[in-house]
Design a protein around this ligand. Sequence first.
Ligand code: AMP
Length: 407
Amino acid sequence: MAVSTPEPRSQPWGAPASASAQRLLLLGSGELGREVALEAMRLGLEVVAVDAYGHAPAMQMAHRSHVIDMQEGAQIRQLVEAEQPSWIVPEVEAIATQTLIELEQEGWNVVPTARATRLTMDREGIRRLAAEALKLRTSPYRFAETKAEYHRAITEIGLPCVVKPVMSSSGKGQSVVRNQADSDPAWTYALQGGRGKAQRVIVEGFVPFETEITLLTVRAKDGTYFCPPIGHRQADGDYRESWQPCPLHPDTWVECQRMAQTITDALGGWGLFGVELFIAGAIDQPQTVYFSEVSPRPHDTGMVTMVSQNMSEFELHVRAIAGLPIGEITLSQPGASAVILAPGDSAEPKFTGMAEALTVPTSKLRLFGKPRCHLNRRMGVALALGETIAQARDRAITCASQVQVLL
Ligand code: AMP
């Protein structure tokens, strides 16, 4: 099921703003896009950052920025025609992917491919590809659009199960149904939390996993590369801390790589992917691996690679996009990340406690510069290394806990 991918775009590039500049159009300007922008600029590329609001994190780093509604295809097309990008790089899922497909057919270069952005923008496309076409193990699942279908789905899947809008991210609209009384509130919550017009949910069997990992997988000109596995902890469907490496049984690690290779080959294109896997069973025996999701772009849990690897996930992404070789990915030391969340809403959030935070050995802070916040919005991340994974996690959490967001 691997798709063939044309050679990466590769031609001489001149300085940003010159006639021969090679331009990267970043659709989405959050904290992940910000790091992609920085890595692209280090290689002398021109960066144009786009989002739905001004002063977004990546815009603060870019050569130029634009505020548009990225779900409006006409606005994306107008911008592409005006900016003439060498690469269109989606950083978020909520984009008019049909327009990306049309632009790609016209010869524009969408990273990794327009089809990959289309399939991964909703849970149904990627779930059907992984489970039905590629036969990767996933939780059992059903899709439902009406209350009757939903109740039938719950009966068929059994309790406990997880209910999610097909189009959502960061845990929005997601809940676990443990008994019959939970089922109606979960339906209402899913419909409220979904993105776009779709009133469609997925009901998934609850996987009692031991751990969950992100396997960063790079499709580059010189081959497919796997970063050491990243373990993470989620709360309310959003990530709170991550660490690298995450110990796995050797057979489990082989299976994880096989699954990541299979799904990324099927998506094709050039770039870095975040393959999310659930690992069930204890580490002293071969564990059962479930495919959960894949992002065709850097992953939030992968921010740890800014300290733990010789090349961060952002550098890897830009290299792969630009047709440059990867060579070797090495882990310098166990590393960890811990998020800094907003405790409420503010039109002018401020940070304090950074001096105390950075007394933690090896720690680093990334504050994203988001101009506004709401409850639990991710405002920054603390990063740290350790002799052991436990030490790195402890340091990252201690560092993050010192930083306060004032509303
Ligand atoms: P998702 O938005 O699908 O990545 O889900 C967010 C988080 O919810 C995951 O990282 C898991 O921690 C948890 N989760 C999602 N689906 C399931 C499932 N089928 N079984 C158990 N936990 C799940």
